[in-house]
Design a protein. Structure first.
Lengths: 498, 250
């Protein structure tokens, strides 16, 4: 009956041990969940479509733009990381940047989605349109870099011990789905299809859909994230001695766990930019198919988080990292084989119903690894930060994340640039979608192959460095015991000095 | 808003005092008394969770606390399936050609496109009289889904039953208006309309809402067993802690 008190008792452990305590309260945890939701509360998945089909920037110009943005991305990462790593204030190391950039970042992002208003009817080869687009991308890239580095650092320092951190990461990943983190994408894909097939409205309303959904989602996400930045605290003190740029670079090279994760990211990031979304809109012409095929996966999604403890009991963190990272690409291979039956012109890959079934099975299978995919990499990244503090006496979240980001971005940009030229070579027609024409068979098969078999082959080498990750349970036990003692000593030294 | 102060000398810090060192005594505020402040944070966080945990346990029980609550959850989600079913089917002849239209809930709610139908049938007021109550019913259904969270409490149950009642009344109005509209159109334009019939969705959608109500009644009668998680503040069970420190609950 209701209200019967049958308490659930947790397994016995030392609750007074600081490592087993909870530091992040209810309000801050709720804000963290809202923040996690806000990171996916957008339609950035459709950004490439927006540039191709709504803003209509020529594919070659996009390719050249990607080169400029890629170089700028790498340059600004370096000085941003140095600036952030040297920052110290009573508000924390990372929070000042997040608070200062929250409002400008949101306004600039909103303006980005409104660009088609200013270039309505302008040719895709127009240089004024291209340069405006490029300038916006460069500014947003700069602001985004500060925000990304500061965010990563804040999440690494929000609580001093891994048990509390795992609780936060797992809860945030689990609960943010129920808050509707994917709602803008889901609503957008439904409406896009409805407009495209003129079930509701007309196909000419699609640009307005992009603009309105883009702006609304950016503003809501911005408000949610700003709340989190206001209520959160950094609970790990930074060293008084600020690391030099050279020291920061060395920490990555000599920080073996971080080095292996970075190398795995680099080698696993090579792709030619193919995506499932491109396939279902440009080949199957059914943008909402992703919603339908994702229904069984949505049921498995919460179960996947409940499976994380089971996975951790039976597999090492290293194995789980590999399983989570590559499950999507491995399961895409049978999808490619099945879709290729019948060849390029008459293959099954062009048919909605059989491919819908294949995609449903594919998404359901990889959803079982979704919890592991989201929780384990964050855990390993944060542990490698603690490893850096243990080995070097200082934390270098910003520069470590910069160096890791820089080396990971090179293959990512190479892939995205190559994608533009590959699609152009395959005869991609940027006006086909809004004019309701199908792409050629050659283009369609290229799009299909890019997100399935090509993605699997080019990303496979990323498994090798992950096999050399060396933080096992014994080392972690020793590391956290020594860190706890050292952090306590830092506080006592500050009191004694006075 | 309470201003921050230096943990050593108590100096009231201003917003522009951004440095780590206190402007008055010079102590590094991020290190001073760090361990003590962390322990205070831990105690505060554990108190907050000890107070909040029963709400989480009740919400969890309301969703998956027993086979009946799980069945109720499934029944509550089923009306979504009816959104794609046809509410009405129309076959008409216009401009020397035969046309057929199937009205689903989604299309009825998207009546904005029917401005083009006005030219032929002047049907928009009639369609709106069906769509608006239906929109209200869908809102109530969403409120019902959200209301399940409070299903273990008395107020939560009242809210749930109120949402169920509103859903059924509004859906009933919508279906009634649909019947009336279909009959009116058939009588008004016999020369154009070949057939205009009420579809299966007009029966299935209200039927599934009735199922939601029945599920709520069964769960209310059987009750929901709630398993409360024991929380601790440091090593002390929360009940003992609050008995010893009643001021901390505030």
């Amino acid at each position: 009956m209701a209200n019967k008190k049958t308490p659930i008792l947790e397994p016995e452990f030392d609750r007074k041990d600081p490592r087993n305590r909870c530091y992040v309260g209810v309000k801050e945890t709720a804000a963290y969940v809202v923040y996690d939701m806000s990171q996916s509360f957008n339609i950035n998945k459709y950004k490439e479509d927006f540039i191709k089909k709504v803003l209509q920037v020529d594919m070659k110009l996009q390719g050249y733009g990607k080169i400029v943005i890629g170089i700028w991305d790498i340059i600004n990462d370096l000085f941003t990381g140095a600036i952030v790593d040297k920052a110290r204030s009573r508000y924390g190391k990372f929070r000042p940047f997040l608070l200062a950039l929250a409002v400008p970042g949101t306004l600039l992002s909103a303006f980005y989605w409104l660009m088609p208003l200013f270039f309505n009817g302008v040719s895709e080869k127009s240089l004024s349109k291209f340069f405006t687009f490029l300038v916006m991308e460069v500014i947003l890239e700069g602001v985004g870099t500060f925000q990304d580095i500061a965010r990563g650092g804040l999440l690494a320092t929000i609580t001093p011990y891994p048990k509390d951190r795992t609780r936060l990461i797992t809860l945030a990943n689990f609960a943010s789905g129920f808050l509707g983190e994917k709602l803008p994408q889901q609503i957008f894909s439904l409406l896009q299809d409805a407009f495209h097939h003129e079930l509701i409205g007309r196909v000419t309303m699609i640009p307005k859909l992009y603009m309105s959904m883009g702006v609304i989602s950016v503003v809501i996400a911005g408000v949610g994230a700003f709340w989190f930045f206001c209520v959160s605290k950094e609970r790990i003190s930074q060293s008084e001695v600020k690391p030099t740029l050279r020291q920061s670079f060395r920490t990555v090279i000599h920080n073996r766990p971080m080095l292996m994760l970075a190398l795995s990211d680099v080698l696993g990031s090579f792709s030619l930019g193919g995506s499932q979304h491109d396939y279902i809109t440009d080949v199957l012409d059914f943008g909402a198919l992703g919603l339908i095929t994702g229904i069984p996966g949505a049921i498995v999604h919460p179960v996947s988080y409940a499976l994380v403890p089971w996975f951790r009991r039976h597999f090492s963190d290293k194995t789980l990292f590999i399983m989570g990272k590559y499950s999507m690409d491995v399961f895409a291979v049978p999808v490619f084989i099945f879709g290729s039956i019948g060849g390029k012109k008459h293959g099954i890959y062009k048919k909605v119903i059989p491919m819908g079934i294949a995609l449903t099975i594919y998404e359901t299978c990889y959803m079982f690894f979704y919890g592991v995919r989201n929780v384990i990499p964050s855990e390993l990244y944060n542990e490698s930060m603690d490893y850096c503090e243990w080995k070097n006496g200082y934390r270098g979240e910003a520069m470590i994340s910069v160096v890791k980001g820089v080396v990971g971005k090179v293959p990512k940009y190479v892939g995205e640039i190559a994608n533009k030229f590959v699609l152009e070579r395959a005869g991609y027609d940027i006006k086909a979608y809004v004019e309701k024409r199908a792409q050629s068979s050659e283009t369609q098969y290229t799009i299909f192959a890019l997100w399935t078999i090509v993605a699997f082959i080019v990303k496979l080498p990323g498994i090798i460095p992950a096999l050399f990750y060396n933080l096992d349970e014994k080392t972690k036990e020793r590391m956290y015991a020594e860190l706890h003692a050292r952090r306590a000593a830092m506080g006592q030294t500050a009191e004694a000095d006075e | 808003m309470k201003r921050s102060s230096c943990p050593k000398c108590g100096y009231a810090l201003r917003l522009r005092d951004w440095r780590e060192e206190c402007p008055q005594c010079g102590v590094n505020m991020t290190y001073y008394n760090k361990e003590e402040l962390l322990l205070q944070d831990a105690e505060r966080a554990e108190i907050e969770f000890a107070i909040f945990q029963p709400h989480i346990d009740r919400a969890k029980a309301a969703f998956i606390g027993s086979p009946f609550t799980i069945a109720r959850l499934v029944c509550s989600l089923l009306p979504a399936a009816a959104l794609a079913l046809p509410m009405a089917r129309l076959h008409y002849t216009a401009l020397l050609d035969n046309h057929s239209v199937t009205f689903t809930v989604v299309q009825l709610l998207g009546t904005v496109q029917y401005r083009q139908w006005d030219r032929v049938f002047d049907a928009l007021p009639g369609i709106l009289s069906i769509a608006l109550p239906l929109f209200g019913a869908l809102l109530c259904w969403i409120l019902h889904l959200a209301g399940i969270i409070g299903g273990c409490t008395k107020k939560g149950k009242i809210f749930l039953f109120a949402a169920d009642a509103a859903m059924l009344v509004l859906t009933g109005c919508s279906v009634w208006m649909l019947y009336g509209f279909v009959g009116t159109m058939r009588d008004a334009l016999p020369q154009y309309i070949d057939s205009f019939t009420v579809g299966i969705g007009a029966f299935v959608f209200p039927g599934l809402l009735v199922l939601c109500l029945l599920a709520d009644v069964i769960v209310a009668v059987r009750g929901i067993p709630v398993q409360y998680t024991q929380r601790y503040i440091a090593d002390v069970p929360s009940e003992e802690y609050f008995a010893a420190h009643p001021e901390r609950i505030a």
